[in-house]
Design a protein around this ligand. Sequence first.
Ligand SMILES: Cc1ncc(C[n+]2csc(CCOP(=O)(O)OP(=O)(O)O)c2C)c(N)n1
Ligand SMILES: [Mg+2]
Length: 284
Amino acid sequence: MVTIEDYKNGETEWCPGCGNFNILEAVKRSLVDLGKKPHEVLMVSGIGQSGKLPHYLKCNTFNSLHGRTLPPATGAKVANPELTVIAVGGDGDSYGEGGNHFIHAIRRNPDITLIAHDNQIYGLTKGQASPTSEIGMKTKVQTHGVLHTPFNPLAVAISLDCPFVARGFAGDVEHLSSLISQAISHKGFSLVDILQPCVTFNKLNTYKWYHDRVYKMDDDGHDPANRMAAFEKALEWGDRIPTGVFYKRDSEPFESKLDVLKSGPLTAKQYDSAKLDSVFENFS
Ligand SMILES: Cc1ncc(C[n+]2csc(CCOP(=O)(O)OP(=O)(O)O)c2C)c(N)n1
Ligand SMILES: [Mg+2]
């Protein structure tokens, strides 16, 4: 039997009260609830406070570059579709520097889950505005307030027909863990955007700010099969902020369409070094 203890790995370097603690707890609970053993799981991250999450889990991990979480996660899934692959990124990592990868990974549709720690700020680099920061938010760099329209990851994902789109809140571990479990279990690309207070650098979107606004769509009778309704919910942001599963549909993941994988994972195959030599010779 798998337990939380199996995934425990060292001390964290996050600030006391950081929303990342609850995200880490929710991820562990989901993996344990799904009965995933640590060697069956690969966590891939980029650079950021969020990118440290895999360091604090005892399982397979890969730490990529800032904004480059999804390409290695996709590559690993294709090499070994039997792995449960989870990509972890910040709002800057996933939607800023990694914005193009976000869009095209959804189109490619590998069976991986993206957990986006959306604290509406660049945490690691000490508090610059991120793609999801609100207009008018003042930072040490945006001294007159943010001018750009915030990026809406959920609306973008739904517009690309992403097979599973959800939003959780780091202040509600139980609900968040249920969303992460559903995302991991759902076939195809899954997005879980997580509202995550950054207690040090984001003094606007605090736990109280979120608690005053966040509600669960499940209690509202939202139908995740209804794409138009999902899109409308994705545009709701203000006095009320919806969380839960916005949209889901069945899909055939990228790796299932690849003939080369029909006879088993690439990682289980013997390679023919003579063939490889002739390929290398072509480039010499
Ligand atoms: C290619 C590259 N560009 C920029 C940086 C600098 N950098 C590191 S983390 C980061 C932003 C972190 O913000 P976010 O992704 O939201 O993660 P958080 O720390 O808030 O969890 C930036 C700009 C870098 N390390 N590499
Ligand atoms: Mg961030």
